[in-house]
Design a protein around this ligand. Structure first.
Ligand code: DX5
Ligand code: ZN
Length: 219
């Protein structure tokens, strides 16, 4: 089997967004990863609903929306209407996570929960059976192009073990600093989905870079 590849459009060329969407459409990538940042939960501001809606009109693959915002429960329906297929919220940004996960699932989207690098996976014990996906942040969220935090590998391994016990179907996604060096290690540790921004879009041939990530094999 091969991992799913989700190029992060944060690293796309916004003056040529249509061209970059088309490249992802024609590549072996599986999902579009869209990072929504509010300048409060994370220090950066990215883009919002109108841009997601515009991407939806051209994208021929599922939209994997990663909300780095406070109070994400206020926007579930809006992101559904904008075209999200997978909606991921941060554990650290939510008080009533169980309610929110079901709000997302009841809107017919896959529900993901993201963990910051300092948040231990043991906090997921009681919510894991309800989740479709867990997103392990391997950098501090907010910016593309940051250095991979090595401890993330151990975290993915431990989460895979925990998933065997509590929810074998849950998918594990990793986001931040994914490149040709970290990707094979992550896949071996148990990652199903690799998000990659800078490594793909700043490479001389993004389609070929995606092909390289997609070709990683695992049992
Ligand atoms: C970071 C975002 C990532 C980011 C990844 O907060 O969640 O999706 O775009 O970019 P790279 O792959 O460049 O680390
Ligand atoms: Zn992301």
């Amino acid at each position: 089997m091969n991992p799913l590849i989700a190029p992060s459009m944060l690293s796309a060329d916004f003056c040529n967004l249509g061209r970059d969407i088309q490249m992802v459409n024609e590549s072996r990538a599986d999902w579009f990863h869209l990072d929504i940042m509010d300048g409060v939960f994370v220090p950066n501001i990215s883009y919002g609903l109108p841009v997601v809606k515009a991407i939806r009109t051209m994208a021929e693959k599922p939209l994997d929306v990663h909300l780095m915002i406070t109070g994400p429960e206020r926007y579930v329906s809006d992101f559904k209407k904008a075209g999200a297929d997978i909606l991921t919220v941060h554990y650290e940004a939510v008080t009533h996570l169980h309610r929110l996960v079901w709000q997302i699932k009841n809107e017919d989207m896959m529900a993901g929960v993201a963990l910051n690098p300092h948040t231990p996976i043991c906090l997921l014990e009681d919510i894991l059976p309800d989740l479709d996906m867990v997103l392990i942040m391997s950098v501090n969220p907010g910016f593309g192009g940051q250095k991979f935090i090595q401890n993330s590998l151990r975290k993915v391994e431990a989460l895979r073990e925990m998933a065997e016990r509590l929810n074998p179907d849950v998918m594990i996604e990793v986001d931040g600093g994914v490149d040709d060096e970290t990707a094979p290690k992550l896949v071996e540790a148990g990652a199903d989905i690799l998000v990659s921004g800078n490594y793909i879009f700043k490479s001389p041939n993004p389609m070929q870079t995606i092909e390289g990530l997609k070709s990683i094999e695992f049992e």
